[in-house]
Design a binder for this molecule. Structure first.
Ligand code: GAL
Length: 923
């Protein structure tokens, strides 16, 4: 393969410092002068900062959930976890061959405000945790020996939301290298348009960028490929692009009878763009897309591929048990699959853009997405964030709506109307194909507000107003953008305000909310309501409602924070799946409550259900799906059996038995193996089971884990909204019989051996197979600290000068700033005389007291090397030589900042006089 374009992961081996770093203020002229220059950033933003004591972390990384819960200072909305400040640094080399290429750093997301420095220069500031952004680093990068220092200051003290947002570089980072003539970032936009029953026109806009010094005449060939990589259509366009500019090629490719993208069969195609000039390949890019139509109708709702489709959606934040918001892609997939298995067909990324990998997964699995904007503003920054969402996401067939806002105070006012107008115009300019909505929790009846100018009016709750609004605005499409907000605690069947838990009988709800049954009935019985987005698919950290401490997450989820289904999950299955569903609640382990009445309930779509207790027939009832059936049964251990009938025929049987004591744990893997690429991750679910392999729903014992082989435990969880055990840990108690480990592969293929130990149970061992898989290309980190900030005396001295001469802080001209990593300084060649090189060495306490050493990779001449006033080395280096000097504590005199002075005497014959390569600190 021709490597004209490469994409590397930048996730590996960052150094992390929690909190702000105190940088001593220097008031001298030279320090003020120096920091005002390109590359002059000081402290951890600068190149020379000693980060040897920082912690090594892998991305995605969220520091917030890893801290202890803090009742005193913590905010309930953020799950009582501290946020604050953090610094990240990654030092990496770029091969000399990369010079002249275009290098693009791509951040999927950083929470919350980020300042990004490369080699001491501030290159970008980003103000939202939810926007992805790119930085062209081609000009500022070092190539060859000298490492680059990427330093990121993350300020997560301010919040953008009212839920757990995490903190840090919690999504992936990438580096793409391309030739100077290339396809621009986000440069391919594919927009399929259905012309008639068989014919589709594929509009493809490709932006070509030319960073060469001259105009070019290039050829863009665009292929459309199906899932088998067969080319189904192609187009070739020649065009001219002026030096230093961009231009856009528009191609329209007709495709007949493509396999459609649908929720059940999400067929994807790819646009393969090939850019050549004079027969030579310059760039190539693959863009995934799908053929599908969407249409909204005020009376009939939503249509996918001209078929009416009720949207059975959930709203979701992005955190998961064990990992905070730093989800590996495998876990994103686990969550989407869980939702699909429930019968859900739509996902609302509440209340912000999701990570792009989530959209790839939704494309692949057939899950529709409401893509939401975070900040409701038509300011320049507000529109920038909005544009960013649209240009990033518009190729994804899964994305069917753009949501501009959620519950904004201006939703019913003229200000809101003006903002919406401008934002809608911005969206439409970039993507006219998807309807735009807002999610309102009021103001829908106002004439001067936003409700009637949006393409869809989103109702958050307020389901009793659907008809009133429809009567006033018959032509306005409606969607239940947020519904339900019911409370339940997994595996729990009694409300207890002391324990802060809810029952699971679908009767507890927020004052503004509705039960599952009420909310679904309101939507299902109205064709004009396009669908529902339930608050929420998964419990999430933060916003504990209605109880605060010790509750640290919500009770809203249909599933808990691990994705373990609560009973409501089966009620949705009953509503949303076509097959017969018959779920019974509660469990039947009520030892000690013999003879007392227990409420038994169905979650079913069967027409009739019969109930038996220990073989004894109780009754057969017709089911109203919006009510479900309930019985009060005096408890006796044994088996409760339900039989479900449709058209009088038995279609489903469910039995719930009183179980014995826990005998062991059952392991359930999200998929049978892990890829050993160091990135793949899976949810490993553990269930307490009795000697007859039956789930024991009441066990809460503590389990500890050890794991060996090509894997590691990223985190653990159990879904308990009141549990304060650590997530970044190797042990967890069961909650209502379950707990979860998030296991990630480390590069390799040794099977993972997981051992679990718990009081009263024999140790259990499982093997998780690992499939040997190459690591995706990545940029490794450089460990050493480099000393590259050198000055040299400008004019060679004929006589030996004082190597320790004072550098006058106001004199910016006697000493010249030089970069020694590019090879010997030309100004020193062919000269006889003396020069002094000067730099500073920043040492940690550890570097100072351990056996650190200094390595000059290449130095030539008669040299004297000083640490402050201590002479470290005198040598006559006739050839360019690599020199390693141990740093002894006694020479450093307890100091952490040392001035390095290097006196060099050179002669005309020397090939590389002076310091001609990087200098590094080895620890
Ligand atoms: C809504 C809001 C959500 C969440 C929910 C809880 O008003 O949009 O973000 O707070 O209430 O019921």
């Amino acid at each position: 393969m021709n490597e004209v374009r490469q994409r590397f992961s930048m996730d590996k081996d960052w150094l992390f410092h929690l909190g702000e770093v105190d940088v001593p203020v220097k008031k001298s002229h030279n320090s003020i002068y120096g920091r005002a220059k390109a590359g002059g950033a000081i402290g951890p933003a600068g190149m020379e900062w000693n980060d040897s004591t920082w912690q090594t972390v892998q991305l995605p990384h969220d520091w917030s959930y890893q801290q202890p819960f803090d009742r005193e200072n913590g905010v309930p909305n953020f799950g009582f976890k501290p946020r604050g400040m953090g610094w990240y640094r990654k030092k990496f080399r770029l091969a000399a061959e990369e010079q002249g290429k275009q290098l693009i750093l791509e951040f999927d997301g950083i929470a919350t405000e980020a300042s990004i420095y490369l080699n001491g220069s501030l290159l970008e500031r980003n103000f939202s945790a939810y926007t992805s952004f790119t930085i062209d680093i081609s000009d500022r990068a070092y190539y060859g020996d000298r490492p680059n220092v990427l330093a990121i200051r993350v300020d997560a003290t301010e919040a953008e939301g009212w839920w757990y947002e995490g903190a840090g570089i919690y999504r992936h980072v990438w580096l793409t290298t391309k030739l100077p003539l290339h396809i621009a970032e986000r440069g391919v936009w594919v927009r399929p348009e259905k012309i008639n029953q068989i014919l589709w026109q594929t509009h493809i806009e490709t932006v070509v960028g030319n960073e060469l010094e001259h105009d070019v005449h290039y050829t863009l060939t665009t292929y459309i490929q199906n899932a088998k990589n067969e080319v189904v259509q192609k187009a070739r366009t020649e065009s001219i692009c002026a030096a230093g500019s961009k231009n856009t090629v528009v191609q329209k490719l007709n495709v007949t009878n493509p396999a459609l993208w649908d929720i059940d069969a999400p067929h994807l195609y790819q646009v393969h763009s090939v850019l050549t000039m004079e027969g030579q390949l310059y760039d190539t890019e693959m863009t995934s897309f799908g053929y599908r139509t969407i249409r909204i109708c005020p009376d009939e709702g939503f249509f996918l591929n001209e078929q009416p489709l009720k949207l059975k959606g959930t709203c979701n934040h992005q955190d998961h048990a064990g990992v905070g918001v730093a989800l590996p892609d495998g876990l994103q997939e686990y969550r989407i699959r869980r939702l699909k298995d429930m019968g859900s067909n739509a996902y609302r990324a509440a209340h912000h853009n999701p990570t792009p990998e989530l959209l790839d997964i939704c494309d692949r699995l057939g899950m529709l997405v409401m893509d939401e904007n975070r900040n409701f503003e038509s300011s320049r920054e507000g529109l920038r964030q909005l544009e960013n969402m649209v240009t990033r996401d518009r190729n994804h067939p899964c994305v069917v709506f753009y949501s501009l806002f959620n519950e904004e105070p201006h939703q019913g006012t003229p200000i809101g109307r003006r903002i919406v107008n401008r934002m809608m115009r911005t969206v439409k300019r970039l993507d006219p194909t998807r309807p735009v909505l807002g999610a309102l929790n009021g103001g829908v009846m106002e004439d001067e507000g936003t409700a009637d100018i949006l393409e869809i009016t989103g109702f958050n709750y307020m389901h009793t107003s659907y008809d009133k609004f429809k009567a006033k605005h018959p032509a306005q499409p409606i969607i239940g953008s947020e519904t339900v907000s019911a409370f339940s605690t997994r595996g729990n069947y009694t409300n207890d305000s002391i324990k802060q838990v809810f029952d699971s009988y679908d009767q507890e709800k927020a004052p503004w909310g509705a039960t599952v049954r009420e909310a679904w009935q309101a939507v299902a019985t109205r064709n004009f309501v396009m669908g529902t987005f339930v608050w929420t698919g998964f419990d999430y950290r933060g916003e504990p409602t209605p109880y605060e401490w010790p509750s640290i997450n919500t009770h809203f989820g249909i599933m808990d924070t691990c994705g373990f289904p609560k009973d409501a999950y089966y009620l949705y299955q009953a509503y949303w799946l076509d097959e017969p569903v018959l779920h019974m609640l509660p469990h039947w382990n009520w030892q000690g409550r013999e003879g007392q009445p227990i409420k038994v309930m169905t979650h079913t779509n069967c027409e009739e259900v019969s109930l038996y207790v220990n073989g004894q027939f109780i009754s057969r009832e017709c089911v109203d799906v919006y009510k479900q059936l309930e019985w009060e049964i005096p408890y006796e251990p044994g088996i409760v059996r339900m039989e479900g009938y449709n058209n009088g025929r038995l279609v489903k049987v469910t039995e719930v038995a009183t179980t014995g004591e826990t005998a062991s744990l059952r392991l359930e893997l999200q998929k049978p193996y892990l890829y050993g690429d160091g990135k793949d991750a899976i949810a490993v679910n553990l269930y307490a089971i009795d000697a007859q392999q039956r789930f024991v729903p009441t066990d809460s014992r503590f389990v500890t884990f050890t794991l060996s082989g090509s894997g590691k435990i990223l985190g653990v969880g159990n879904g308990d909204p009141n549990c304060h055990e650590a997530d970044a840990a190797q042990a967890r108690s069961l909650f209502a019989g379950c707990c979860q480990l998030i296991v990630q592969s480390v590069p390799g293929s040794d099977p993972i051996v997981l051992v679990a130990e718990a009081a009263g149970l024999a140790p259990m061992t499982w093997v998780i197979p690992v499939k040997e898989t190459a690591e995706p290309p990545y940029i490794p980190s450089v460990k050493e600290t480099y000393v590259n900030d050198w000055h040299v005396t400008q004019e060679p001295y004929g006589e030996r000068p004082d190597p320790l001469m004072v550098m006058d802080p106001t004199d910016m001209n006697t000493w010249e700033k030089v970069d020694v990593s590019y090879g010997t300084l030309k100004m020193l060649r062919g000269i006889r005389g003396y020069v002094v090189f000067r730099s500073q060495l920043f040492l940690s306490d550890q570097d100072r007291t351990s056996s650190a050493s200094l390595r000059f990779n290449e130095i030539q001449g008669d040299v004297e090397i000083y640490a402050d006033t201590e002479l470290l080395l005198v040598a006559s280096l006739v050839e360019p030589t690599s020199v390693v000097i141990p740093l002894r504590e006694v020479d450093l005199k307890g100091k952490n900042v040392i001035t390095l002075s290097v006196l060099v005497h050179m002669t005309e014959q020397m090939s590389k006089p002076g310091i001609s390569s990087s200098v590094c600190l080895l620890t």
